[in-house]
Write a protein that binds this ligand. Structure first.
Ligand SMILES: [Zn+2]
Length: 318
């Protein structure tokens, strides 16, 4: 029996036919319609129908559709309460998709779905308590405690990106200031590199060269390429952002004491350039450092598929 997993992002809707072993048998991707929530539901539903048809060709049934969406999801896993990037407010996504597809539908926060995918089939295998931190434009978070996904009383737990790390710090899209994701994200990495290029151009020489001497052309990929070459300016940017990653992880550990931190998102392509400084800062900032076991800090393993694999699996486990 297959389940369909869907990952709804700001730019694309990815859907996959997922086996009971967490294998993505078939996958497709559609652009996310920007017009309305109803159109997004329709896109999800038609993608699911295409996969249902494919399953039938393979002689398999589909049990349910699991949707991971970037937003706050209610505890009943039916409604998207608030999705800033999709401009959704109180969207009854479960019922809208269910009415078209005719299968049970579960809606989950995308970062929760990713954490669950990694827990079941990826970097989380072997532990019962983990925290997944996904670093993209901002920070997404999900956590598994005692082998169960923890959603909070209202379904909104693990919004780690908005932990305040600096009082009166940089302004955040959430309306507050000094949130963790303002210092630790793909955007923060690029900001760090552009600042360096502006203030001390010679220190950012290699990155500027890769950016055709235009500060605004410096991207996360450029910082990563220069860092992989060993460029000191780029390494310094990773040390800054990785340092903030570690400091935030120490705060999360103070609260949750996980056995493992799984770090996902595009920035993780940089691997140890980011995770090395993060581990160092984490150890230094950790309360009781030297007198307690250290959680591992490891990269995610499932990449882009984690969200849809996790969403599909969650339909089977409630
Ligand atoms: Zn914030």
């Amino acid at each position: 029996m297959y389940a369909i997993g869907v990952d709804v992002g700001g730019t694309s809707v990815k859907a996959g036919l997922v086996s009971e072993d967490g294998i993505v048998v078939e996958q497709l991707s559609r652009p996310t319609p920007s017009t309305s929530a109803a159109k997004v539901a329709e896109t999800i539903a038609t993608a699911a129908q295409a996969l249902q048809k494919r399953a039938a060709e393979l002689g398999e049934d589909v049990s349910a559709v699991g949707i991971g969406a970037a937003g706050f999801i209610d505890a009943g896993r039916s409604t998207v309460l608030f999705a800033p990037n999709l401009a959704w407010r109180d969207e009854p996504l479960r019922d809208a998709v269910g009415a078209i597809v005719g299968l049970p539908v579960v809606v989950e926060n995308d970062a929760n779905a990713m954490a669950w995918g990694e827990f079941r089939y990826g970097a989380g295998i072997g532990v019962e308590d983990l925290v997944c931190v996904t670093i993209g434009t901002g920070i997404g978070g999900g956590m598994v405690q005692n082998g169960r996904l923890t959603r909070g009383a209202y379904g909104i737990a693990a919004e780690f990106g908005h932990l305040r790390v600096i009082p009166d710090g940089r302004r955040c899209g959430c309306g507050n200031r000094g949130c963790w994701e303002q210092y630790c994200s793909a955007r923060a990495l690029v900001r760090e590199a552009r600042d360096l290029a502006l203030v001390t151009p010679h220190a950012a020489g290699r990155m500027l060269e890769l950016a055709d001497d235009e500060i605004d052309n410096i991207t996360g990929e450029i910082v990563t390429t220069a860092g992989q070459e060993g460029d000191p300016g780029a390494l310094d940017c990773f040390a800054q952002v990785g340092g903030w990653l570690g400091i935030g992880l120490a705060q999360v550990a103070a609260l949750l004491d996980p056995a493992r931190f799984i770090i996902g998102g595009g920035v993780v392509a940089a691997g140890e350039l980011l995770l090395g400084p993060a581990r160092e800062a984490y150890e230094q900032a950790l309360t009781g450092h030297g007198h307690r076991p250290l959680a591992e800090v490891v990269p995610a393993q499932l990449g882009n598929a984690a969200g849809l694999v996790g969403a599909a699996d969650l339909t089977r486990r409630g």
